[in-house]
Design a binder for this molecule. Structure first.
Ligand SMILES: CSC[C@H]1O[C@@H](n2cnc3c(O)ncnc32)[C@H](O)[C@@H]1O
Ligand SMILES: [Zn+2]
Length: 433
């Protein structure tokens, strides 16, 4: 039995999405939170516990990044300041087509290292070569929800083969890494997957009892194309193809009508809001205040480092809190506690995960410690405000997933950071040739 006692720290539990600060103690046994509260644990519990001195640290649930493409970290800074379709078709896809398995692994390691060091303990990823992402996640010890993304622009035979690959991946890896890896099926987008292909994928998701993930309504051009091609906007189109008969996670969902928002709430769909990627690609601004008001399951994602250009979810939390105030002219929308919930407890809910996202007895011990003995956390007016408006990923001092420490004093314990940096550089240079 392994036991950890976090002694005398500040805790933001996010229980019921509420970010009250608790001063006290937490006990973790075999990867699960056994106790969190103001009182010291009993002497019998203190015995045999590894003690972490919590002074000067703020403990909170690990961050949940609900949309990204880890291997694309190799393309950070390769092509900035482009519109989505030009960026994808002329810059990303030709480079991604050259990826070897080693490159996919190098990009995955780079992304996971960056996420862990900035406090993300669970990430969602969609890529067309997923084995390396899965293995890298297991080796690093991070929690991940993975899907082999499918672009169906080729022949039907090609679509069938991609779906077979995706199904094999989903079956092989679901539950791997002592349950830290989960899988879904992912048509890349309605504009890259013909309707019959999406229907086949939905059927496979039913057969395997898996959720679905896709990009949807990221740009206005894509919505218009959907109307031109199929006579409907993407929400109705996907509904007609049965997409929402499975638990569904939609990345972006920027361009939505009032009716679509109401429908997504009624269908219980989840959305990954990616504010920084949407800004950088000039895709638009998602209707977050309306989505929250409608009760849609909302969460935050970075998208890839090629369109962000980092994987620091604290920056997404801050962007979500600021952007919608600016756009709406209402400073009360997306208050700090909601922004923090979006990156933690609401993120967990959006990916249907009951065991992470809050610090409560019985939950998985996925948590991070923030070094709050730094000038930008003073004075101690409101720690939630400081986390949302003043913090960034470099303030993360320690990280645990399932009770195992993965980052200690800003150093990765399960990954070789220097090797990861040099392999990423070597891979990128190879891709350029
Ligand atoms: C085939 S799976 C993943 C695929 O998605 C592409 N991608 C990356 N970012 C975006 C985005 O913002 N919108 C749509 N598609 C995106 C990328 O090329 C990956 O290969
Ligand atoms: Zn994406």
């Amino acid at each position: 039995m392994s036991r950890l006692w976090i002694k005398e720290g500040s805790f933001i539990t996010m229980a019921s999405h509420q970010p009250e600060v608790l001063r006290g103690h937490m006990v973790v046994e075999d990867g699960v939170i056994q106790y969190i509260g103001e009182n010291e644990p009993a002497a019998s519990v203190q015995e045999q516990a590894v003690i972490i001195n919590g002074q000067g640290l703020l403990f909170m649930p690990g961050l949940v990044n609900t949309h990204g493409h880890a291997p694309m970290s190799l393309l950070r800074g390769f092509s900035d300041d482009q519109k989505l379709q030009v960026w994808l078709q002329e810059k990303m896809w030709p480079m991604e087509a050259k990826y070897s398995e080693a490159d996919t692994k190098a990009g995955s390691d780079l992304a996971i290292a960056e996420m862990l060091l900035s406090g993300t303990t669970t990430f969602v990823d969609m890529y067309d070569r997923m084995e390396q992402v899965a293995q890298a996640s297991i080796d690093a010890g991070i929690r991940a929800f993975l899907a082999r993304g499918m672009i169906g622009l080729g022949s039907v035979e090609e679509q069938v083969s991609k779906l077979e690959d995706a199904v094999a991946f989903a079956k092989q890896w679901n539950g791997a890494g002592e349950g830290r890896i989960q899988t879904m099926l992912a048509p890349h987008a309605p504009y890259t997957c013909p309707p019959a292909f999406i229907e086949r994928i939905v059927q496979a998701a039913h057969d395997l009892d898996l959720p679905l993930h896709t990009h949807m309504s990221e740009t206005s051009a894509e919505v218009q194309q959907n109307v031109d091609d199929y006579g409907k906007r993407p929400v109705d189109h996907l509904e007609e193809l049965g997409f929402f008969t499975r638990p569904a996670l939609l990345a972006h969902a920027v361009h939505l009508t009032d009716d679509e928002i109401a429908k997504l709430a009624q269908l219980d769909a989840s959305i990954s809001h990616n504010p920084i990627s949407n800004l950088k690609l000039a895709s638009g601004v998602a209707r977050v205040p309306e989505l929250l008001r409608a009760g849609v399951k909302l969460s935050l994602g970075t998208d890839s480092a090629a369109s962000n250009n980092n994987l620091d979810l604290f920056q997404e939390i801050r962007a979500a809190a600021l952007l919608h105030k600016g756009v709406s002219g209402d400073p009360t929308v997306v208050p700090a506690h909601t922004a923090l919930a979006l990156g933690t407890s609401m993120g967990a809910q959006a990916i249907w995960h009951n065991h992470i996202g809050t610090l409560e007895t019985g939950k998985a011990a996925d948590f991070i410690a923030i070094n709050i003995d730094q000038p930008h956390f003073f004075p101690r007016t409101d720690l939630v405000s400081h986390l949302v408006y003043a913090a960034n990923g470099r303030d993360v001092e320690h990280v645990w997933v399932a009770g195992k420490q993965l980052v200690k004093h800003r150093q990765l314990l399960t990954m070789d950071e220097e090797k990861i940096r040099s392999e990423a550089q070597a891979s990128f240079e190879r891709l350029l040739t």
